[in-house]
Design a protein around this ligand. Structure first.
Ligand code: FES
Length: 409
C-alpha cells in the first residue's frame, strides 16, 4: 500500500505469483489470482495506474455522425466529452465547467452549436473556447469584470479516431495513438476502412470483470461455447498433428488472432434466402478470406470478417460489472440498404442472436459474456487461484495478463 493508503500491485501479487505467470513454460505458468478480478482494491489500482495512462476506446465515430454531435464518456472515472466540431474533427475535452466544476454535457446530443453548463450557463464553443459567462459581474455580457476566456476554455484531452473507434488518453506524455496501434495497422491496410458505414449499434452491461474479455481472446472455447456457429474442432486444428489453424500475434498493446492459410474458408454471412453481404471494400483488390480478431489493449476489440467489421469497447464499471459497446460496420451499400436487410440480419443473428438482447444465447457475444459471468462467479471460491493455460491455445491470455502486470508495477 502507498503512504496515502492506495493499493499497490504487491498487495495482490507477490514475487512468486508474478514469477509463476511469467515462467518460460506456458504449460507450467499460472494465471492471475481471483482477487484481481473481484477486489475493489485491485479495481482502484487499475483505475489509478492503468486507464489514465493509456489509449482507451470510448466511442465510435458513428456515435457522432455530424458536426455538433457530442457524447459524455468517462475513463477511470474521469468525465470526458467527445464531440464533432464544426469542421468535422472529433475532439475530446474534460467534461468539467471552468466556473465551479460542474458536468457540462449530461447526455448524448445532436447538432449542438455550443456547449452550455447547466448550472450558471457558462458557454463553450465546439473547440472548447469559453464564449460567454452571462451575468458573471451582474451584467448580461459581464463586460465590467470579464473572465479571461483564453485561460478558461474546456480543457482538451488527447483524442484520435482509428478504424472508426474514438480513443482518448489522459496522459500528456504517452506515445501517440498511431504508435499504440502500429503493430496492427498492416492487418487493415488492404481495406478501405474509411468507406465503411455503421449498420447497427448496441450496448449492454454484464456481470464480469473487464479483464475476462481479453482473457477470452483465444479460440480454444469456440466449438463448445459457440455451438452451431463454430461447429467442428477439425475447423480449428489439424486433428492429426494438433497444429491450430489460428495463430496469436501479440506485439506491444495489440493482440491478433489470425487464421493461418490452412484454416477452412467459411461463408458465414448468408441469409436464409441465400443472399449474402458484399465484401468489405478493398483498396488492393484482395478479398478478406478469413476473419481476424484483433484486440487493442486494454479495452477495445476490432473483429474483421469478410463482410463485416465489428469493433467493441469494454468499460469497467465495477470489479464485477463491465459495459459493452458494439457497432457493426459494413460496405456502404450493405449498411442500410433494404436489398441487404436479410443478410445483414443474418450477420447480426450470429453475433447477438435474433432477439438482439444481451441474454440471447444464440449469439456469439451473449455466449461469451455468459462464460465470463461464470468465470466471475467462480472467482468467489477459495480454489479459483489455480489458473492454467493450454500451451497450444492460450499464449495470448498469458500475454495480456503479463502486459497488465507490467503496467501496474
Ligand atoms: S459551474 Fe458551470 S457555470 Fe457555474
Amino acid at each position: 500500500m502507498t503512504p496515502d493508503g492506495s493499493p499497490m500491485l504487491g498487495d495482490f501479487l507477490d514475487d512468486a505469483a508474478i514469477a509463476a505467470l511469467k515462467t518460460p513454460s506456458l504449460a507450467e505458468a499460472r494465471g492471475l489470482p481471483a482477487s484481481v478480478y473481484t477486489s475493489e482494491g485491485f479495481f482502484a489500482l487499475e483505475q489509478r495506474r492503468l486507464f489514465p495512462r493509456t489509449w482507451t476506446g470510448v466511442a465510435f465515430d458513428a456515435d457522432l455522425p455530424a458536426p455538433g454531435d457530442a457524447v459524455p464518456v468517462s475513463v477511470a472515472g474521469v468525465p470526458i466529452v467527445v464531440l464533432r466540431d464544426g469542421s468535422g474533427t472529433v475532439r475530446a475535452f474534460h467534461n468539467v465547467c471552468r466556473h465551479r466544476a460542474t458536468i457540462v454535457l449530461t447526455e448524448p446530443c445532436r447538432g449542438l452549436k455550443q456547449l452550455q453548463c447547466p448550472y450558471h450557463a457558462w458557454t463553450y464553443g465546439l473547440d472548447g473556447a469559453l464564449l460567454a459567462t452571462p451575468f458573471w459581474d451582474g451584467t448580461a455580457k459581464s463586460e465590467r469584470q470579464p473572465v479571461d476566456a483564453a485561460a478558461n476554455g474546456l480543457v482538451p484531452v488527447r483524442c484520435g479516431v482509428w478504424n472508426h473507434v474514438i480513443f482518448v488518453n489522459l496522459a500528456d506524455n504517452a506515445p501517440p495513438l498511431e504508435e499504440h496501434v502500429a503493430p496492427m495497422a498492416a492487418g487493415f491496410s488492404h481495406l478501405d476502412m474509411d468507406a465503411l458505414r455503421c449498420g447497427y449499434r448496441t450496448s449492454w452491461e454484464f456481470n464480469a470483470n473487464w479483464k475476462l474479455v481479453m482473457d477470452n481472446w483465444e479460440v480454444y472455447h469456440h466449438v463448445w461455447v459457440h455451438e452451431g456457429i463454430f461447429e467442428r474442432m477439425s475447423d480449428e486444428v489439424d486433428l492429426e498433428t494438433g497444429e491450430p489453424y489460428t495463430e496469436t500475434v501479440a506485439d506491444g498493446s495489440t493482440m491478433i488472432l489470425k487464421a493461418t492459410a490452412r484454416r477452412p474458408e467459411r461463408s458465414l454471412d448468408t441469409a436464409a434466402d441465400g443472399s449474402t453481404l458484399p465484401p468489405l471494400p478493398s483498396v488492393a483488390g484482395v478479398a478478406q478470406k478469413h476473419g481476424m480478431a484483433n484486440a487493442v489493449l486494454p479495452n477495445t476489440t476490432l473483429t474483421l470478417g469478410p463482410s463485416a467489421y465489428v469493433p467493441g469497447i469494454y468499460t469497467p464499471v465495477a470489479p464485477g460489472v463491465t459495459r459493452a459497446e458494439m457497432a457493426w460496420y459494413f460496405a456502404p451499400e450493405a449498411a442500410t440498404g433494404p436489398e441487404h436487410e436479410a443478410a445483414r440480419g443474418a450477420a447480426l443473428d450470429r453475433w447477438i442472436g435474433p432477439t438482439r438482447s444481451k441474454d440471447d444465447q444464440r449469439g456469439i457475444r451473449p455466449q461469451d459474456h455468459r462464460c465470463m459471468e461464470l468465470q466471475q462467479a467462480a472467482r468467489a471460491s477459495p480454489v479459483a487461484d489455480d489458473v492454467k493455460f493450454s500451451p497450444v491455445w492460450e499464449a495470448g491470455v498469458r500475454y495480456f495478463q503479463t502486459w497488465l502486470v507490467d503496467r501496474l508495477r
